[in-house]
Design a protein around this ligand. Structure first.
Ligand SMILES: NC(=O)c1ccc[n+]([C@@H]2O[C@H](COP(=O)([O-])OP(=O)(O)OC[C@H]3O[C@@H](n4cnc5c(N)ncnc54)[C@H](O)[C@@H]3O)[C@@H](O)[C@H]2O)c1
Length: 384
């Protein structure tokens, strides 16, 4: 099956190819990492007794699906399973076994709150969910963040699994165990690290995703390759978010998280483009402009390259090249705000360090980034 998405960028229409061949490949139905020391792999193999002494890794069990209904087979050993899903993907939840109790949520950043989490908890209690339960989140990053958090505190923690239905959640939000909710309008103010038991990947569920939301995920996918793998970056630019590229991006994130689960070092690389990106989102909120997270990250990556070039860390011409690449896939590349307003926002960012320093992730070339701490007011270049 091949699906075309038309992405609007300004007054141009660009086409992203989302190619999926769900019928053909036997390999797409297997765990992503054959032989990986994963918890659930061990559970299955333990019966034949050949896996007892393998170390457990921090990885969640990434599963690539040929069909949505494969989930039922994979989870067939679970005795208690509860599904919490986003109303906008009810069509996905409808394909799961009818016997699994389910709760529908209307999701938005405003509803990503403790009140919604309490609703999930009360529902689990009313269903009589025990500590042996597994809660399956079906939806985008808002759903997986909230459900992961709700599962993490229900009866002091039950297991959960993610079935992300946005590209952004497939390559980012649903991986790595960061869960949480907003508080009084402050994003992700409450939360906990808690690894999902499984993360199910299916490009099939993206077919109803609006093109702008898809593009937002494309920005995060390109970011992941820019910081890890230049060849994959080139390939993703050409192919768009195919099942293969989604899987590769997810594996990159899972690998980084496995080495640095609590963001004490390397994991911060995943913030490439986000320091500028958050400042852009902040400005957009102040001015009631409409910019998605992925769009802000795309522009933020280009600005990081400009910053890197201005201090001699990035390859010459990188910012221009990235702008050309991003424009090709339909992402915006022009920062609508002056550097000065971004500097103020970056200085106030919750991740800012002591002494007015900010830790930037600077792209050196596709596939390589470095950390650089500096005062954002020491940046001098034109954002327009
Ligand atoms: N935990 C993490 O590490 C992490 C990382 C990045 C982002 N996040 C969080 O993720 C959230 C953003 O995630 P998101 O972009 O997936 O947002 P989202 O969950 O709001 O989904 C975007 C929109 O698409 C709809 N939708 C979802 N899947 C769909 C589908 N297949 N077809 C049609 N509509 C669909 C949703 O209902 C929503 O309206 C933010 O709250 C952010 O804080 C978390």
């Amino acid at each position: 099956m091949v699906v075309f998405f038309c992405a609007q960028s300004g007054n141009r229409t660009r086409t992203i190819l989302l190619s999926q061949d769900f019928e053909s490949s036997a390999s797409t139905n297997s765990a992503i990492r054959a032989g990986a020391s994963l918890k659930t792999d061990c559970k299955f193999k333990r019966k034949s007794g050949n896996c007892k002494n393998k170390p457990l890794s921090l990885h969640s069990m990434l599963k690539e699906l040929s069909h949505i209904t494969d989930i039922a087979a994979i989870l067939s050993q679970e005795s208690e399973l509860y599904v919490v899903y986003d109303k906008n993907v009810a069509w996905v939840a409808d394909q799961l076994p009818a016997g699994w109790p389910r709760l529908e949520l209307e999701t938005s950043e405003e509803a990503k709150t403790l009140e919604t989490v309490a609703r999930i908890e009360r529902w689990l209690m009313a269903c009589g969910a025990t500590r042996g339960s597994l809660v399956l989140a079906v939806g985008g990053g808002i759903t997986t963040d909230m459900v992961g958090f709700a599962a993490g505190i229900y009866k002091r923690g039950v297991r959960y699994a993610n079935f992300p239905t946005t590209l952004l959640a497939q390559v980012d939000a649903a991986l790595g165990g960061k869960t949480g909710v907003n508080l009084d309008g402050y994003k992700n103010m409450l939360g906990a690290f808690r690894m999902p038991e499984y993360t199910f990947l299916s490009a099939d569920v993206l077919r109803t995703l609006p093109s702008r939301a898809l593009l937002s995920g494309v920005a995060e996918m390109l970011k992941t390759f820019l910081l890890s793998d230049g060849e994959a970056y080139e390939k993703a630019l050409r192919s768009g978010p195919t099942q293969e590229m989604i899987r590769r991006a997810a594996v990159v994130k899972e690998d980084i998280v496995a080495r640095d689960p609590y963001e004490r070092g390397e994991r911060a690389k995943l913030n490439l483009g986000h320091t500028f990106g958050h400042a852009i989102e902040h400005e957009a909120r102040m001015r009631a402009d409409d910019i998605t997270h992925g769009e802000a990250v795309a522009i933020g990556i280009i600005l990081s390259a400009q910053a890197g070039e201005s201090i001699g860390l990035s390859e010459k011409g990188l910012a221009q090249r990235l702008a050309r690449d991003f424009a090709q896939v339909g992402l915006p590349t022009q920062c609508p705000y002056p550097l000065q307003s971004l500097q103020e926002a970056m200085a106030r960012d919750k991740k800012a360090l002591a002494g007015g320093l900010v830790r930037f992730v600077i792209p050196v070339r596709p596939g390589e980034v470095v950390f650089h701490e500096m005062n954002p007011y020491d940046l001098h270049f034109d954002t327009k």
